[in-house]
Design a protein around this ligand. Structure first.
Ligand SMILES: [Zn+2]
Length: 356
């Protein structure tokens, strides 16, 4: 359904109407039209439909549903989503899905108010204008995408997010029922993304009281979820861990696992959570206790971590992977300090990748 965009209704706020602005006009609560962004998998599984149905039943208008979000957003997908939003006449968007959906929706919301290509904004604090009003409803927990100031983007040159204060959702709805049916392996990988956020934030040089408070609590919740029995409360705890873990890194930074994982994803197409696990598996020299505990969590979850993933890479692919990784300066600086370039020369990074 497409409707005309209504920026604001004058209604009885007009100065020749009396009484001015006292009573709500009939339909005042129906002026807002919502575009829902999700992916085909969630649409087919009926998860997105649960939210869409709520919008239909509410006093709000459903401007349309875009279910073409694909894994690891690229510029073309953002442009398509933005074009859809414009033609739908929506006033705001709701994103329903996992990390990729959250990230793509955030990127679209920014590109609707900022000129040029999304690749121009890959980096830190390059966005000038606030995004359109965007709401996140996660269906997977761990990435922290529901709270982070990052919209991860695989651009033509690099995999690097649009990081800005304007990226953050205006509103987030956390409903543990929506993550209850996630497949076990996917739940583990995204859950470990959260665990790794906590370790990298808490052991980083950017740590501060704010990040420590959120990171410590998120770590405690991760331990309850992944070292204990699965109970009725597990999904609620995982959902809060994801949110708090995201808050922690929003004010500090991630570290070596993420810096290397971005390279793995760019060259090998690994999903974010899986790439982090592949990397973290071999990072005991940086995070000895964290990696040991992570191994126990993997064992309890019955997950065999992929190994030897970089074995078949050509020299130029290896070089490309290292370029992407070393481009993540703030991550390395958080992990290793200001002299990170001396501490992580290319041959050390290459040896690290070869172990993965
Ligand atoms: Zn992450």
């Amino acid at each position: 359904m497409l409707i005309d965009q209504i920026v604001e209704r004058d209604c009885n706020r007009l100065d020749y109407a009396a009484p001015h602005g006292i009573y709500r006009c009939h339909g005042d609560d129906r002026w807002c039209a919502i575009a829902v962004f999700t992916d085909k998998g969630l649409q087919d599984a009926g998860v997105a439909e649960m939210i869409i149905e709520e919008v239909r039943k509410s006093d709000l208008q459903l401007a349309g549903v875009f279910d073409n979000i694909v894994q690891d957003a690229r510029i073309g997908n953002i442009n398509k989503g933005a074009a859809f939003y414009r033609s739908s006449g929506a006033d705001c968007m709701i994103a329903v899905g996992g990390g990729s959906v959250m990230d793509l929706a955030k990127a679209i919301s920014l590109m609707l108010t900022n000129p040029g290509s999304s690749a121009d904004y890959q980096g830190w604090d390059l966005i000038d204008n606030p995004a359109i009003y965007h709401v996140g409803i996660p269906t997977l927990s761990g990435t922290g995408a529901e709270v982070s100031r990052t919209a991860v983007l695989t651009g033509p040159e690099k995999k690097l997010g649009l990081n800005s204060d304007h990226t953050v959702f205006d509103q987030v709805v956390l409903d543990p029922d929506l993550i209850a049916d996630a497949p076990d392996r996917q739940r583990f990988y995204t859950g470990m993304d959260c665990y790794i956020h906590c370790v990298e934030s808490l052991e980083g040089t950017y740590l501060n009281a704010f990040s420590q408070a959120y990171g410590s609590k998120a770590l405690e919740l991760c331990r309850e979820v992944f070292l204990g029995e699965r109970t009725l409360e597990s999904d609620e705890k995982l959902m809060m861990a994801s949110f708090f873990g995201g808050m922690s890194i929003a004010y500090s930074q991630v570290g070596v696992a993420h810096a290397t994982s971005y390279g793995l994803s760019y060259v090998l197409g690994l999903k974010h959570g899986e790439g982090n696990c592949v990397a973290f598996n071999h990072l005991e020299e940086f995070y000895p206790e964290g990696v040991e505990e992570f191994h126990r969590m993997a064992e309890l979850a019955g997950v065999d971590l992929p190994t030897g993933v970089t074995g078949g890479l050509s020299d130029s692919e290896m070089e490309r992977m290292m370029d992407v990784s070393l481009g993540m300066a703030p991550l390395w600086e958080n992990a290793l300090g200001l002299d990170w370039r001396e501490r992580m020369p290319r041959d050390r990074l290459r040896a690290l990748y070869e172990r993965m």
